[in-house]
Design a protein around this ligand. Structure first.
Ligand code: C5P
Length: 233
């Protein structure tokens, strides 16, 4: 069994309102993409990487990929399509039971110890799982007109983060089924859930933020600096 990393990086990141897709914005002296790949490489230097990129991507620089064994695959119209393309690209080589770790390019602050803990948990779990953190804020549902229609009990609610890890065969079946049935899935776990399975929640850290809005870049910068002060990853 060998670990495969799938990094969907084919999004446009429209919510950033930037001229350059968010994975190419500058963070800690390099691109977001380079920061994210460096974290993954620090945790799993021998893993194989599948990087999903927009075929028209004009910003990608292969020199930013630290892995010896990696390939580029075309992104799809949704995140799940990008991941499905990656699985299709490795289908000739991957074994059914090979662990696949999917990690958003927009999450450069994930800690190396969390990455390793997730992989260890997923390897020993019959379903697989994901990094997640319990919801801290009170959750409101809106009425569609800017007012509160109700408060959701936050007990037992988690934010789903990445990475998410599943066996190759299971994940391919889950994404294929979801696409076939027209179920929209925003993460790998929800595709696996749609098969009737319960992925394992692995407690991660709140600082594993997804760069989504313009203010997130400064936050990520501060998080990386703070992490560097306490440990190196
Ligand atoms: O836009 P959002 O942050 O939700 O995207 C999550 C991840 O999925 C990002 O890493 C983005 O690059 C990726 N993505 C993709 N293909 C798409 C849409 C998003 O690889 N069609």
């Amino acid at each position: 069994e060998r670990l495969w990393l799938v990094v969907p990086a084919a999004g446009r990141g429209r919510r950033m309102r930037a001229a350059v897709p968010k994975q190419y914005l500058s963070l800690a002296g390099r691109t977001v993409l380079a920061c994210t790949l460096a974290r993954l490489h620090a945790a799993f230097p021998a893993a194989r990487l599948c990087l999903c990129l927009d075929p028209d991507d004009a910003h990608f620089d292969p020199a930013e990929v630290p892995f010896a064994d990696w390939r580029r695959v075309p992104g799809g119209s949704e995140r799940a399509d990008s991941v499905a393309n990656a699985l299709a690209a490795i289908a000739g080589e991957a074994q059914e039971g090979d662990p696949i770790l999917v990690h958003d390019v927009a999450r450069p602050c994930v800690r190396v110890d969390d990455l390793r803990r997730l992989v260890a948990t997923v390897a020993a779990d019959p379903v697989g799982g994901l990094l997640a953190v319990p919801v801290a804020d009170t959750m409101k549902r809106d009425d569609g007109a800017g007012r509160v229609s109700g408060t959701e009990p936050r007990d037992g609610l988690w934010h789903a983060l990445t990475p998410q890890g599943f066996a190759f065969g299971l994940l391919r079946r889950a994404l294929h089924d979801a696409a076939e049935r027209g179920v929209s899935v925003t993460d790998e776990a929800s595709a696996v859930e749609a098969l009737g399975l319960s992925p394992c929640l692995v407690a991660g850290r709140r600082d594993n933020l997804k760069i989504t809005h313009p203010e997130d870049l400064a936050l990520a910068e501060a998080i990386l600096a703070a992490q560097g002060m306490h440990d190196h990853h």
